[in-house]
Ligand binder design. Structure first.
Ligand SMILES: NC(=O)c1ccc[n+]([C@@H]2O[C@H](COP(=O)([O-])OP(=O)(O)OC[C@H]3O[C@@H](n4cnc5c(N)ncnc54)[C@H](OP(=O)(O)O)[C@@H]3O)[C@@H](O)[C@H]2O)c1
Length: 254
C-alpha cells in the first residue's frame, strides 16, 4: 500500500511560513494529512492550509518551546486525527548574539531561548510523538538543523550549538528508536530564501551570499520540502541517522 492510500498524518511545526510551509506542501502533495503547527502567524497559517492539496489537514496552534503546550498539542492531534506517522521539526529561530556587546542578561536569554526552541522543542516532540509511532511500529522524525552546526555561528553561538546538538540527538534517537521501526533524520540547510532568512541575506548582500555556493544561488524552501518528503517515504528507511547537507556545496564536510 502506498503512502497516498493509507492517509498517514504528518505533524509539521512552524508550518505557516518558510521551510515548514514548504515541507507541509510537499508532504500534502504525497498524500499525507497535515497537522500544521503554528505559533503566532494566524493569517499565514490559514492561507497555507487552504492552499494545501488533499483533504483533512488541520491547524494546531502552540508554542512548541513550551513543553506543556507541546504536550497538549500532541494529545489534541491524537484525539482529532488518530495517528501521527511523521514529525517534521521545522520551527526554529536564528537569534543574533554578540559576545562583544551583549550584556550578561541578554547573553543568557539568547542561550535559553535558542536551546528551548531549537533543541529542546524538537526532542520533546520526538518523545511525545514517538509514543504514537512505537504503538504503530513505524514512524519518521525529521529535524531541520543547519549548516551553522558545522561551520560555526560567530554572531549566533547558541543557535549553532543548538543545531549541532540536534544533529547529535538525531543520531542518538535513530539508534534508540530503530528497533521500533522509527527512523530519525536531520536535514541541514544552508542559506534558504525564507521570510526569516531573506532580510539577513539582503543585509550581507545577495551576490556575496549566492557566491558561497558554486551554483551561484541560495536554496529554495521547496528544495528542502522535496528532501523531507523523500525522507518521509517508504524508500528512505536505510538512511536513518543521516544528516543530509542541503547547502549547494557552500560548505562541505569530510
Ligand atoms: N532559511 C534558512 O536560510 C535556514 C538555514 C538553515 C536552517 N534553517 C532552519 O529552518 C527552519 C525554518 O526556518 P525558516 O527560515 O523557514 O524561518 P521562518 O520563515 O521564520 O519559519 C519559522 C517558523 O517557525 C515558527 N516558530 C518560531 N518559533 C516557534 C515556536 N516557539 N512554536 C511554534 N512555531 C514557532 C515561526 O512562527 P512565529 O513567527 O509565529 O513564531 C515561523 O512560522 C528553522 O529551524 C531554521 O533554523 C533555515
Amino acid at each position: 500500500m502506498t503512502d497516498q492510500q493509507v492517509h498517514k498524518v504528518a505533524l509539521v511545526t512552524g508550518a505557516a511560513t518558510g521551510i515548514g510551509k514548504a515541507c507541509a506542501e510537499a508532504l500534502a502533495a504525497k498524500g499525507f494529512i497535515i497537522a500544521a503547527n503554528y505559533r503566532s502567524r494566524e493569517q499565514e497559517a490559514h492561507a497555507m492550509l487552504a492552499a494545501l492539496p488533499g483533504n483533512g489537514h488541520q491547524l494546531f496552534k502552540a508554542d512548541v518551546a513550551d513543553p506543556s503546550q507541546a504536550q497538549a498539542m500532541v494529545t489534541e492531534i491524537g484525539d482529532k486525527l488518530g495517528r501521527i506517522d511523521v514529525l517534521v521539526n521545522a520551527a526554529g529561530q536564528y537569534t543574533q548574539q554578540d559576545i562583544h556587546s551583549n550584556d550578561y542578561v541578554a547573553w543568557q536569554q539568547a542561550w535559553q531561548h535558542s536551546m528551548a526552541l531549537n533543541l529542546q522543542a524538537p526532542v520533546n516532540l520526538a518523545f511525545l510523538v514517538g509514543r504514537f509511532m512505537q504503538d504503530a511500529g513505524a514512524g519518521r522524525i525529521i529535524n531541520i538543523t543547519s549548516r551553522g552546526a558545522f561551520r560555526g555561528e560567530p554572531a549566533a553561538p547558541a543557535y549553532g550549538a543548538a543545531k549541532s546538538a540536534l544533529n547529535s540527538a538525531t543520531q542518538s534517537l535513530a539508534l534508540a528508536l530503530g528497533q521500533h521501526g522509527i527512523c530519525v533524520y536531520a536535514v541541514a540547510p544552508g542559506w534558504t530564501e525564507t521570510p526569516a532568512a531573506s532580510p539577513r541575506i539582503a543585509a550581507q548582500g545577495w551576490e556575496g551570499v549566492a557566491a558561497q555556493s558554486p551554483l551561484g544561488r541560495v536554496g529554495r524552501p521547496d528544495e528542502i520540502g522535496s528532501i523531507v518528503a523523500f525522507l518521509a517515504s517508504d524508500n528512505a528507511e536505510y538512511l536513518t541517522g543521516a544528516i543530509i547537507d542541503a547547502n549547494g556545496a557552500s560548505y562541505l564536510r569530510n
